[in-house]
Design a protein around this ligand. Structure first.
Ligand SMILES: [Zn+2]
Length: 371
């Protein structure tokens, strides 16, 4: 409540004191109107500032080497608990050594936008592997909500790949400023494409709004690395970037997306929802037909703990994202029917079988199922 109040005061202050500055910058009346509705933080990134940024050359897609492993490993410290039973490592900010150059206009802007979003994971990813984040921004030649979320999504993959190859080969996921190592290694479980068997037909449609079924289920059928660990890497990347998409809703990049002529944005929030369903479908088929895979998952408490973490976060994000969906006048595309299906007993009970906590169908009555 206190925080809400202080934000309201900030808005009033900026409204009062920036009116003259707006005129000097020759903004048109609708832009001035837009600025009136922004908080002080957003005003740091007026439309013109975002559009006139100079971008450094993207160069080749970054490759990572042994030295990156050393740097990344140095930035991780064991969490100080009696047993550290969850085997997590915390990122130590004082050890960030892949320095960012804030003299570069594009880097400085990304740095500020991520700081202002108050999304700690996204900012941390940027500071740990700025080369990756900036490469994705620079090849897009724009700083937008989409390029930012994409850059963070892809950097999650880069860091998780590095963490796995730096360590003992076990999969490691980043979440909430920690690196969470789990028991399983690539190849321990059957291909994620088995999920197809229990995915309802209506969610197999490949439309411009959703090609995820095609990408992650159909095209990856014969790709041996596409197991549940790879799918969790994807679910993790979607969830962290979906959180960024909700955290950016009070920023200029969201406003620009909304007013920029795009009808809808089916990004990381939609992808995260797809992975909620795909994960349940995979578990369902594995339980029925692939007993060894299922047994390995069931006997991996660290993996199930991470699934619990991701699932809880995904539910929180869906809850917050609702007011920014198309039906509420926002830009994010989230399929209510998909949410409904996820929480049908025949799917959600897969989590109960493994002791993974979750919300219930009725929890969404006031949002996604509201008529
Ligand atoms: Zn991905």
């Amino acid at each position: 409540m206190y925080k809400k109040l202080s934000i309201a005061i900030l808005i009033l202050n900026t409204f009062c004191c920036n009116a003259q500055a707006d005129e000097k910058n020759n903004l048109n009346s609708s832009e001035v109107e837009m600025l009136k509705n922004m908080t002080k933080i957003e005003l740091a990134f007026k439309k013109t500032e975002i559009e006139n940024i100079s971008f450094a050359d993207a160069g080749k897609k970054p490759l990572y080497y042994e030295s990156d492993c050393i740097t990344l490993t140095k930035s991780l410290v064991a969490k100080k608990t009696e047993t550290n039973a969850d085997q997590s490592m915390k990122f130590d900010e004082s050890n960030w050594s892949d320095a960012i150059d804030l003299k570069e206009q594009d880097t400085a802007t990304v740095n500020q936008l991520l700081l202002d979003s108050q999304n700690k994971d996204a900012y941390q990813l940027f500071r740990l592997l700025p080369r990756s984040v900036m490469w994705w921004i620079r090849i897009n030649k724009r700083i937008s909500l989409i390029s930012l979320a994409t850059a963070i999504h892809e950097t999650v993959h880069d860091i998780e790949t590095l963490l796995r190859s730096c360590g003992d080969g076990n999969s490691t996921y980043i979440f909430n400023s920690h690196a969470w190592k789990i028991e399983l290694r690539p190849g321990n479980t059957v291909n994620f494409s088995i999920a197809e068997e229990s995915i309802p037909e209506k969610f197999k449609m490949v439309t411009p709004a959703n090609s995820n079924f095609n990408t992650y289920i159909i095209q990856s059928k014969n790709y041996p690395g596409n197991d549940i660990l790879n799918a969790m890497d994807e679910f993790n990347a979607y969830t962290l970037s979906a959180k960024l998409e909700t955290d950016l809703t009070s920023s200029i990049v969201y406003e620009k997306l909304k007013t920029g002529g795009l009808d809808f944005y089916s990004g990381n929030i939609a992808g995260m929802s797809d992975f909620m369903l795909y994960t349940l479908c995979y578990l369902k088929v594995a339980r029925a037909r692939y007993p060894l895979t299922y047994k390995r998952i069931k006997n991996s408490p660290l993996m199930l703990a991470h699934l619990t973490r991701l699932w809880g976060s995904a539910e929180n994000i869906l809850d917050i994202a609702y007011k920014f969906t198309l039906r509420k006048g926002g830009i994010y595309s989230v399929n209510s029917d998909l949410i409904y299906t996820i929480y049908l007993p025949e799917f959600i009970s897969e989590l109960d079988q493994l002791g993974v906590q979750h919300a219930e169908l009725a929890n969404w009555n006031k949002t996604y199922f509201y008529k």
